[in-house]
Design a protein around this ligand. Structure first.
Ligand SMILES: Nc1ncnc2c1ncn2[C@@H]1O[C@H](COP(=O)(O)OP(=O)(O)O)[C@@H](O)[C@H]1O
Ligand SMILES: [Mg+2]
Length: 167
């Protein structure tokens, strides 16, 4: 479903971070990328989600395909509409918004209010604890609840691929 073929990534025009990275993610599967600190796991995910460019990173070689069509060099908002969302490491919730407002923000691609509601309910089914805490300002949630929230927020965009960055 998702393939990376011989990807090279350079930051700031000079710092070569990824060279010859290839991987294949099957449909309905879970693929895990393991590596030492600084090995380039986060950079690989950013290359897929399109978030590299906001850090002055660039894919200089290789091809990324999603369901047969090329997606490298597409901007992140287009990738979200294609169903690819990156969950950052470090539980980055919108602290001043409630848990539910965070979910609504994650569902911004959804213009139909009924579908948005359904999406929120589905997240509360996966994570009942979030339903209990829906009106709490997310900065006050526990670490585990915040982790549920960032995953739930990503699930709000009716995604195909979720890129979970753990470390
Ligand atoms: N924005 C950046 N600019 C320059 N170098 C970076 C940037 N982000 C990451 N790097 C470097 O790229 C390498 C890989 O980092 P990263 O992808 O975060 O690894 P991992 O997630 O596997 O720990 C590290 O050497 C890191 O210092
Ligand atoms: Mg990382």
């Amino acid at each position: 479903m998702l393939t990376l073929n011989n990807i090279e990534v350079i930051y700031d025009g000079v710092i070569l971070v990824l060279k010859g990275v290839s991987l294949n993610v099957r449909e309905a599967g879970i693929t895990t990328l393991l590596g030492a600190n600084g090995a380039g796991k986060t950079t690989t995910l950013k290359a897929i989600s399109g978030l590299l460019r906001s850090e002055r990173g660039e894919i200089t070689k290789g091809v990324i395909e999603l369901a047969g069509s090329r997606i490298d060099r597409l901007p992140p908002h287009v990738m979200v509409r294609r169903g690819v969302v990156q969950v950052f490491e470090g539980r980055r919730v919108f602290e001043h918004l409630t848990a539910e407002e965070n979910l609504i923000a994650g569902g911004h691609v959804q213009s139909d209010r009924a579908r948005l509601r359904e999406g929120i309910q589905r997240v509360y089914e996966y994570f009942p604890r979030l339903g209990d805490r829906r009106y709490v300002q997310s900065g006050y949630l526990s670490g585990g609840e915040q982790q549920m929230l960032v995953i739930g927020r990503a699930l709000m965009s009716s995604l195909k691929e979720i890129l979970l960055d753990v470390l």
